[in-house]
Design a protein around this ligand. Structure first.
Ligand SMILES: NC(=O)c1ccc[n+]([C@@H]2O[C@H](COP(=O)([O-])OP(=O)(O)OC[C@H]3O[C@@H](n4cnc5c(N)ncnc54)[C@H](O)[C@@H]3O)[C@@H](O)[C@H]2O)c1
Length: 347
């Protein structure tokens, strides 16, 4: 039987992976320091909802309250594991600006610890990287401005940003830097030590159990804020565009990599050019499904914000035989349903 360890298993992406592999009857370990859950406790009274849900519904899943900054803890947990999916991270750009050392320690050093433990225990690795590795270079692509969205104007990028896009000589934010360092290390371990490694540079992933806050998880935050009458600040003009990927489509992509014969690869992963949303378009969708619009105000752009980011997903399509299935309309509808059914968590 395959044994999989998911770092960040108590988080949004991680918990969906834990569920997916538990349902496939794999042996699963969820490894998380519950830092996100305890932050959310203060903000929305979350009380480790996801961790409890895994505990109550998946008795065979091993839950480890551990920290990726602790090498020995990671190494011990990886004994006997076939594959690790490393989702644990400090995930907010704003937090990385306020406390770059903490961001570095979790994202760069934490990933290094997971890698080194994987090398010593001979474990395959999938790393959740980010489109932020391309930093403000993305903003050098000419764009056009429509009534509700920006679009790339350069023909070269009509299919989105490919994996070879430059990462040099631009702003990244400390978060972008710590993830890029980690991303590069994962590739290096694949080259130098022959580790089997998949790097997935994720755009905007969304879905159930995403406890979006203003600083991270914008799509979920907008839905939640609308349903609970919280004020929303839009940084910039709301025409910024992302390709959005529903969580089950991401989980499938990561699993396709693990079950393939590919040794190591970097993938840009997101909804791609046919699954994009601007903030203003999201507000329209929310109004349609919720029946009301949120209270919004506008503020300045944030450092290193990308006006348009769309992943070129051709490589994932071709090598993984993968395609996103759930479009933004259906995905947002499902998200609204989940928040509505679980609204007591947020009161
Ligand atoms: N959700 C997205 O749209 C998106 C986009 C790009 C990249 N990513 C990347 O995907 C991964 C998962 O993101 P998510 O949206 O599920 O975030 P999340 O905050 O829901 O999950 C991250 C989990 O990691 C845990 N964690 C944080 N620091 C830790 C540490 N030092 N040791 C152990 N656990 C720790 C947190 O408690 C949390 O449960 C992250 O690596 C993030 O950078 C996410």
């Amino acid at each position: 039987m395959m044994k999989v360890l998911v770092t960040g298993g108590g988080g949004f992406v991680g918990s969906h992976l834990v569920e997916y592999y538990a349902r496939k009857n794999y042996a699963v370990v969820a490894f998380d320091n519950l830092s996100r859950a305890s932050t959310l406790d203060k903000v929305i009274g979350n009380t480790c909802h996801t961790w409890k849900l895994l505990k109550n519904n998946y008795a065979d899943v091993e839950l480890v309250n551990g920290d990726v900054r602790n090498f020995q803890a990671v190494r011990d947990s990886l004994k006997g594991v076939d594959a690790v999916i490393h989702t644990a991270a400090q995930v907010a750009v704003t937090t990385s600006l306020a406390n770059p050392r903490a961001d570095f320690e979790t994202n760069a050093l934490g990933t290094f610890n997971v890698l080194e433990a994987s090398r010593l225990n001979d474990v395959d690795i999938v790393f959740c990287s980010t489109n932020k590795v391309y930093g403000s270079n993305v903003n050098s692509i000419p764009i056009t401005c429509g009534a509700k969205r920006y679009s790339f104007a350069d023909e070269e990028y009509l299919d989105g940003i490919p994996e070879g896009f430059p990462t040099d000589l631009c702003e990244h934010s400390p978060y972008g830097c710590s993830k890029l360092a980690a991303d590069t290390y994962v590739q290096e371990y694949a080259h130098t030590y022959g580790l089997r490694a998949g790097v997935f540079r994720m755009s905007c992933v969304y879905g159930e159990r995403q406890f979006g806050v203003e600083d991270q998880g914008w799509l979920a935050w907008f839905v939640l804020a609308t349903l609970t009458s919280r004020q929303i600040t839009i940084f910039g003009d709301g025409k910024q565009v992302r390709d959005v990927l529903y969580i089950s489509d991401l989980v499938r992509a990561l699993d396709l990599f693990l079950s393939s014969n590919i040794r190591s690869e970097v993938f840009n992963i997101g909804g791609g050019p046919t699954n994009t949303l601007s903030i203003l378009e999201l507000l329209d969708l929310i109004e349609e499904f919720v029946g009301s619009r949120p209270n919004i105000s506008f503020s300045d752009w944030r450092p290193a914000d990308q006006k348009v980011y769309v992943s070129n997903i051709s490589r994932a399509r071709k090598m993984l035989k993968w395609e996103p299935i759930i479009g933004p309309r259906e995905g947002v509808k499902r998200l609204v349903r989940w928040f509505t059914e679980n609204i007591e968590l947020f009161r």
